[in-house]
Design a protein around this ligand. Structure first.
Ligand code: UDP
Length: 495
C-alpha cells in the first residue's frame, strides 16, 4: 500500500497530525521535500502522518524513499493528482525530464496546478500544509481552513537573502546590464561584502520572466504564512540564518541537511546506477573526482566534449554523471581511452551515497543547493562550476564564506550564456584545474579542512539535540499547538 488512501474521514480528535506536502515539479525540490516528510514522520512515530501530494510520474520518483520510510513503520503516504495539461509528453512532469526548450511548460504547470491543489486541500482538510515556494495560493487555502501553511525552501538562506535584496534594486540592475562587465555588490547582507557580475545573476533579476512577475506575490504569501522551513543548518550560514529569521519569515526552521541516512536510499530521486559504488571501491581513498551537474541544467554538447577531454588530460580517476541526450557528448574513442580510470553514469547516480564513499576526494558541481549541502555534509571539497539561476550565488558561499571549495576556472565567459562553441571552458583549463586541485596544494588542504569541519557540524546539527533536530521538533510542537489552540494572529497579506 503506497498510502493513496488518505481520506477526509481520517479526521477526528486525538489523531495524528496530518501534514500535507506539496512539492513543485523539479527533482531538486521533490527530493528534499520527500526527505522532510519522512523525517517528520520518523521524528515522532505515531504522532505525525505525512502525505506527499504529487503527480503520477513524480510519485514514481519518490516511491523508493516513501517505501523505505513505510517499511520502517513511519506514516508516509502518497496522494496523486493529475499533472496539468501543458503539452508535454506522457510521464514528463518535471524540469529534469522536460527538454530544455519546454521548461516554460513545466513552469506553466506550476501555475495551473493551483486548481487541483485547492480542491484536494479542501477535500482532505489536513492539519498543516508544507508547500513549495511558487505555490502562494496554499497560504490562502490554509487561512480558509484555519491551518498553518509553511513554505519549504530547498535553497539556503544566503542565496535567498541575496536574491531578495538584489530584487529590490532590480530596476538599477536592468539599467546597468547593458554595460558589459558590470559588477554589483549585494546590498544589506550581514558579513563580508559579496559582489557578483550582472552576467552571473539569475535571469529574473535582469529581464522579465515568469519569476520576475510572481516574485513579489510569492514573497508576500510566504511572509503571511505560518513560517518557512529551510534545508540548511545554522552552522553553515549563521549570520544569514539570523537575518532570515528577522526579515523573511514569521517563524523560521532550519532543518537540514535533509539527506540523512534515515531517509535517503541509493535510489533517492530516481532509479540509480549502483554499479558505480562498487567501481568506487576499487579506487584509492580520496582519489576520485565526482562530476555531476544536478538534475536539469543545460550543458552543451560542445562543453561536454571539452569536459571529457579535460578529465582525460587531468590523469585523475573520475566518476562523471552525463545527462546529455546529445550523441556527441564525448569525442570518438574517448570512452575506450579512459576505461578503467574513469567511469561514466548515463542518467542518475546515487549522489549522496557517492559523496559518502571514502574513495571520493572532490566534487565538481554546478552548485545546486542540494549538491552544496550534500558535499558539505559528506566533507567533500568542491570545485565550482555554476550554470544557471542562483548557483553563482551559492558558489560565493562555497568559495568565500564557508570556504570549502574553489572555482574550476577563473575568467572566460560565465553565466547563463556560457558553454556554447565560442564560450566553452577549454579542456586544457579543466585539466589544469582538476589536476591542480587533486594534487595536495596548500589551497586544497585549507578547503579540505573546512569541508571536514562542516561535515562534523552537519552531523551534530541533525543528531539528537542538534540545531536541526531541535528545529524539526519545535516545528512539530508548533503545529500540534496550532491545531489545539487555533492559529495565532495572522500578518496581513500585502500582495
Ligand atoms: N542527484 C542524484 N543523482 C544524480 C543527479 C542528482 O541523486 O545523478 C540528486 C542530488 O543528490 C541532489 C539533487 O538530485 O539531491 C539535485 O539537486 P541540486 O539542488 O543539487 O540541483 P538541481 O537538480 O536542482 O539543479
Amino acid at each position: 500500500d503506497d498510502g493513496d488512501t488518505a481520506t477526509a474521514s481520517d479526521a477526528g480528535a486525538g489523531r495524528r497530525l496530518r501534514v500535507f506536502f506539496l512539492p513543485s515539479f523539479a527533482r531538486g525540490h521533490l527530493i528534499p521535500q520527500t526527505d522532510l516528510a519522512c523525517l517528520m514522520a520518523a521524528a515522532r512515530p505515531g504522532e505525525v502522518e505525512a502525505t506527499m501530494v504529487v503527480t503520477p510520474a513524480n510519485a514514481a520518483l519518490i516511491a523508493p524513499t516513501v517505501a523505505r520510510a513505510a517499511a520502517a513503520g513511519h506514516a508516509v503516504r502518497v496522494l496523486r493528482h493529475p499533472f496539468p495539461d501543458v503539452g508535454l509528453g506522457d510521464g514528463v512532469e518535471c524540469l529534469a525530464t522536460a527538454p530544455a526548450q519546454d521548461a516554460w511548460r513545466v513552469y506553466r504547470a506550476m501555475e495551473l496546478v493551483q486548481t487541483s491543489h485547492e480542491s484536494l486541500l479542501r477535500e482532505h482538510r489536513p492539519d498543516a500544509i508544507v508547500s513549495d515556494v511558487p505555490f502562494w495560493w496554499t497560504t490562502v487555502v490554509a487561512a480558509e481552513l484555519g491551518v498553518p501553511r509553511l513554505t519549504f525552501h530547498p535553497v539556503g538562506v544566503f542565496p535567498q537573502l541575496a536574491m531578495n535584496n538584489l530584487f529590490k534594486m532590480r530596476a538599477d540592475i536592468i539599467r546597468m546590464s547593458s554595460a558589459p562587465g558590470t559588477v554589483v555588490s549585494v546590498p544589506s547582507l550581514p558579513g563580508k561584502e559579496i559582489t557578483i557580475p550582472v552576467s552571473e545573476l539569475p535571469s529574473f533579476l535582469v529581464q522579465d520572466d515568469h519569476l520576475s512577475k510572481s516574485w513579489e506575490q510569492i514573497k508576500a504569501f510566504q511572509l503571511a504564512g505560518f513560517g518557512v522551513i529551510v534545508n540548511t543548518f545554522v552552522d553553515l550560514e549563521l549570520p544569514y540564518c539570523e537575518e532570515f529569521s528577522r526579515v523573511d519569515a514569521r517563524r523560521a526552521y532550519f532543518v537540514g541537511p535533509l539527506a540523512q541516512p534515515s531517509c535517503s536510499t541509493v535510489h533517492r530521486g530516481g532509479d540509480s546506477d549502483v554499479d558505480c559504488l562498487s567501481w568506487l571501491s576499487t579506487k584509492p581513498s580520496r582519489s576520485v573526482v565526482f562530476v555531476c551537474f544536478g538534475s536539469w541544467a543545460h550543458f552543451s554538447a560542445t562543453q561536454s566534449r571539452e569536459l571529457a577531454l579535460g578529465l582525460e588530460a587531468s590523469n585523475q580517476p573520475f566518476l562523471w554523471v552525463v545527462r546529455s541526450d546529445a550523441s556527441q557528448w564525448a569525442p570518438e574513442g574517448w570512452e575506450q581511452r579512459v576505461a578503467g580510470r574513469g567511469m561514466v553514469v548515463r542518467g542518475w547516480a546515487p549522489q549522496v551515497a557517492v559523496l559518502g564513499h571514502p574513495s571520493v576526494g572532490a566534487f565538481l558541481t554546478h552548485c545546486g543547493w542540494n549538491s552544496v549541502l550534500e558535499a558539505a555534509s559528506a566533507g567533500v571539497p568542491v570545485l565550482t562550476w555554476p550554470l544557471v539561476f542562483e548557483q553563482f550565488i551559492n558558489e560565493r558561499l562555497v568559495t568565500g564564506v564557508a570556504a570549502f571549495g574553489a572555482r574550476v576556472w577563473e575568467g572566460g565567459t560565465r553565466g547563463e550564456r556560457a558553454g556554447e562553441a565560442e564560450t566553452a571552458v577549454p579542456a586544457v583549463a579543466i585539466a589544469r584545474a582538476v589536476a591542480g586541485f587533486m594534487e595536495r596544494g596548500a589551497q586544497r588542504d585549507g578547503v579540505e579542512a573546512s569541508a571536514r569541519d562542516l561535515a562534523g557540524r552537519a552531523r551534530a546539527a541533525v543528531g539528537e539535540n542538534g540545531s536541526s533536530w531541535r528545529d524539526i521538533h519545535r516545528l512539530i510542537d508548533d503545529l500540534v499547538q496550532a491545531r489545539a489552540s487555533g492559529l495565532p494572529e495572522e500578518r496581513p497579506i500585502k500582495a
